[in-house]
Design a binder for this molecule. Sequence first.
Ligand SMILES: Nc1nc2c(c(=O)[nH]1)N[C@H]1C(S)=C(S)[C@@H](COP(=O)(O)OP(=O)(O)OC[C@H]3O[C@@H](n4cnc5c(=O)[nH]c(N)nc54)[C@H](O)[C@@H]3O)O[C@H]1N2
Ligand SMILES: Nc1nc2c(c(=O)[nH]1)N[C@H]1C(S)=C(S)[C@@H](COP(=O)(O)OP(=O)(O)OC[C@H]3O[C@@H](n4cnc5c(=O)[nH]c(N)nc54)[C@H](O)[C@@H]3O)O[C@H]1N2
Ligand code: SF4
Ligand SMILES: [Mo]
Length: 676
Amino acid sequence: MIEYKRSVCPHDCPDACGLLVGVADGHVLSVKGDPEHPFTRGAICVKARHYPERIYSPLRVLHPLKRVGAKGAGKFERITWDQALDEIVHQYRQICESGGEAILPYSYAGTMGVVQFHAGHPFFHKLGASKLLRTICSAAAEAGFAASMGNIPTTDIETTVDSDLIIIWGSNTVVTNMHAWPFFLEARRRGASIVVIDPYKNRTAREADRHLQLKPGTDAALALGMMHVIIKEGLIDKEFIGRHTIGFEQLAERVNVYPLPRVEKITGVPAAEIEWLARAYGKANAPYIRTGWGPSRQLKGGMAMRTIALLPGLIGATQKRGGGITRSTSAAYAFNMNSVTREDLAPSGVRSINMVQLGHALTALDDPPVKALHVYHSNPAVVAPDSARVLAGLEREDLFVVVHEHLMTETAMYADIILPSTTFLESTDLYRSYGHYYLQMARPVIEAMGETRSTLAIFNDLANRFAFTEDCFYETEEERIRNLLASDSPYLEGITLSDLQEGRPIRLNVEEDIFSKGFGTPSGKIEFYSRTMADQGLDPLPNGEPSADEEGEGRFHLQLITPPRRQFLNSTFSEIEYLRTQAGEPVIMIHPEDAATRGVEEKMRVRVFNDRGDCHLSARLTEDTAPGLTIIEGLYWPRFMPNNRGVNQLTSQRLTDMGQSCAFHCNLVEVEPSLD
Ligand SMILES: Nc1nc2c(c(=O)[nH]1)N[C@H]1C(S)=C(S)[C@@H](COP(=O)(O)OP(=O)(O)OC[C@H]3O[C@@H](n4cnc5c(=O)[nH]c(N)nc54)[C@H](O)[C@@H]3O)O[C@H]1N2
Ligand SMILES: Nc1nc2c(c(=O)[nH]1)N[C@H]1C(S)=C(S)[C@@H](COP(=O)(O)OP(=O)(O)OC[C@H]3O[C@@H](n4cnc5c(=O)[nH]c(N)nc54)[C@H](O)[C@@H]3O)O[C@H]1N2
Ligand code: SF4
Ligand SMILES: [Mo]
């Protein structure tokens, strides 16, 4: 008898799908979508459908392990939990004698569950460890958007069925936010057009009505060009501007610097197309913008996002049902976060290390040098930029590395101690989404496999060994969830632990007119002019100077974009053979003209390189990309790449203009036929 149990997909994906997990005899047989979830409505992606292959993978780690071979060689022996935890405590005590800052926790969104995600925070704060700035994904987008509209919840994608113009700006929606797409299709059925703004013809662009193929890093110029037309042709909403924005006069002056011929030159988009889009946007009844993360993964990514986020302010799009803009919905999940992060336990003035610059942190002898790295919910050997530096750090004989994992990942291979971890199917958590407004709790659907433990259980065990006395180190998952709900946010009003324990998705108290409370900026208005930015020494007005990688003294001529692939989620699922086969061998998309000048032919093995490193892939010659631009979709584990080197060999640790994030899509490379 198969029993179907409710759960939630924990992965770092905006959709946070409702799941039904088929279980028989304590064994997971299948994972399918929950038709009762109002946003995801029974559909799930190919990745999650293969989840049983992940939990029963031959690479699954089921017992604590201790390294016995060389660093990275992947030789381990089984030890007990007591031995593993005692060893960690022994090492950390020794390091702490000369200061806890030499310990660096490194975690990200392997699970989006709010409890497990933050489970290590109180422990490391209490230890006096360095703080980690978790900037690898959305920090630039968030900072840029916040400068214009504030850090507030944005348009509910479910309302976009009433839009008559949908602009997908730097997102491969059908791949990375697939449950938004049916709402956009419904809008199209009712008459809307779908426009994609992206440097290459991704799957979403292929499905759209129109594709504006801009040069990467030129979004701010494109948006300013649109503003120029909208203002010049009087398509603005004067009343809205007067009541809900500040700085219009300065903006109107600034857009004069961006006449269409100049914008065409910067962006590569023909002036006529920019004019068409500006008019369509200015005249639509309820124009809507879905921003992806693409524009923000550029050196000037914060400014790009800030500028895009000003467009609705010119025409009052946020007031129109079906219109508006969605960046993220996460601000509505306004929990009592200090109850799980316990920032108050951190010593004052403790240093912070940016996760984008892990390679630097592990190899530079900053004071104090990092002596221990504690990794959980992340796979930095694959996902962090500048892999050569990251791996050089992980190879250090004097670095003590702890990794909590499900699987023997590339990072786990470098561990001194591996702690076997439960998956979301074996633990309890509360799941928010950054693409919709449904909160959901999930409980274990099977017993913990082998000797696996949840992240919270592991940190509680460690805290006990250190004899930490604060209550937070003795809480269960459910107690933490109860504390999270003790928030005075109107969005969470009336939602109780017992409602959540039923396991169904619960809608937050968000109004249909999400912007009715005003904007989250200091002025409460959309800020064409930002005093905050001026105070930070940044241009207070939108600025269309392009992002460009100028490294390499002109030796590297191709820009590289490394966006997600349908079959993987960041580096997760790369281990599943079925998905790897479906994904095919790792390829670099290159324009036929660029291939011809380099002697590269279709399916040829090529070496892609710059001063940081190289990797080998198969060439795919295609006009879906533009001359001068190459694309590598997906973070395959290096062991599944020719030559054992991954794409992040090529990316740099440089930080974005705002939010200190990573410019993953702003790197120059060269391509040559491989000699191997
Ligand atoms: N299947 C799948 N789904 C995923 C993920 C995954 O790995 N696989 N990852 C998840 C995570 S962690 C995140 S953060 C989201 C990411 O979701 P996305 O919004 O897809 O983010 P990106 O990968 O940054 O970029 C998407 C698009 O931006 C384009 N782009 C790059 N540079 C620029 C630019 O300068 N301007 C413009 N306009 N576009 C540009 C790229 O070509 C790409 O088509 O997806 C989540 N969903
Ligand atoms: N070149 C390039 N690099 C990128 C990106 C890109 O577009 N291009 N995208 C970037 C982005 S947007 C992001 S968000 C980061 C993501 O980077 P990461 O957050 O590192 O994401 P994953 O690669 O999914 O790795 C998560 C790991 O956590 C483990 N895990 C999952 N759940 C649990 C759990 O409950 N317990 C434990 N112990 N472990 C768990 C998984 O097994 C997996 O190995 O990558 C970034 N790197
Ligand atoms: S990865 Fe995204 S689309 Fe796939 S099941 Fe999880 S939340 Fe849904
Ligand atoms: Mo991300």
